[in-house]
Design a protein. Structure first.
Length: 246
């Protein structure tokens, strides 16, 4: 996998790290990064599995999930904050076409739009106003020069095309899925439990941990959703050194 040079933001530590939120074992460890907001300052990323259920875990140096984007009242120009686990899983594993890009699990919040139309995360009987509640997505990422040098974007769906999509695709022109896996955010930890088909071999999968801001562009296919602010990367270089543990 290509190493994106501007991703060198944190220091990789191989040994177990203990901090205010407790001890994190296994996975990818990173030191506290100067200049990174504590809620997005990654100190640990791990993915483990038992049976067909994988637990995606991220530890930060502050209160996880305490910072969300400021609403701007419209979709164009709106911001998305995210905790992301890029993986080597094939995109077809979760219902996209094969080899469509980098498949990543993301936990996101964005007050200006709702992209989980099947779910009512804030339990107010309106499934269309939950964007500011932390929720999960599968996203397919690729480098896109229109977002900046070596920057990533969520892959657009060209107008008029009929790509292979998961059943829980939310209707946006993006390779993005809204599977409804509820994130658990507790003090300095973000976790998501994800069920896979029993035939998926998770033992060979590699991963990393990233915190990032994304922004909606003026129009679709510009591209629609760019990664504009990488806050921290567990490995420091997006090399996906983590191995899923049983």
């Amino acid at each position: 996998m290509k190493i994106l040079p501007y991703f060198a933001l944190s220091t990789l530590t191989i040994t177990s790290l203990a901090h205010a939120g407790g001890s994190h074992r296994g996975g990818v460890h990173a030191g506290i990064s100067e200049g990174v907001l504590a809620p997005f300052d990654i100190v640990h990323a791990r993915v483990s599995f038992q049976g067909n259920v994988a637990t995606f875990h991220m530890g930060v140096s502050g209160q996880a999930g305490s910072n969300k984007p400021t609403a701007n009242g419209k979709l164009v120009g709106s911001d998305v904050f995210s905790y992301v686990w890029p993986t080597t899983l094939n995109s077809s594993t979760v219902g996209f076409a094969e080899n469509a890009g980098i498949l990543a699990l993301a936990v996101t919040a964005h007050p200006d739009f709702d992209d989980t139309p099947l779910y009512d995360e804030n339990a107010d009987n309106d499934p269309g106003n939950d964007g500011n509640v932390w929720h999960s997505h599968w996203v397919v990422l690729k480098p896109n020069e229109h977002c900046g040098a070596d920057a990533l974007a969520v892959v657009d769906i060209p107008e008029g095309s009929k790509p292979t999509l998961p059943n829980t695709w939310p209707g946006l022109p993006l390779l993005l899925d809204s599977p409804g896996w509820d994130p658990i955010i507790n003090e300095d930890i973000v976790e998501v439990k994800v069920a896979f088909d029993h035939r998926v071999d998770l033992s060979t999968v590699q991963y990393d941990g990233v915190t990032a801001g994304l922004r909606v562009n003026q129009s679709a296919h510009a591209p629609l959703l760019c990664v504009v602010n990488v806050m921290d990367i567990a490995s420091g270089d997006l090399s996906l050194p983590g191995r899923i543990e049983q």
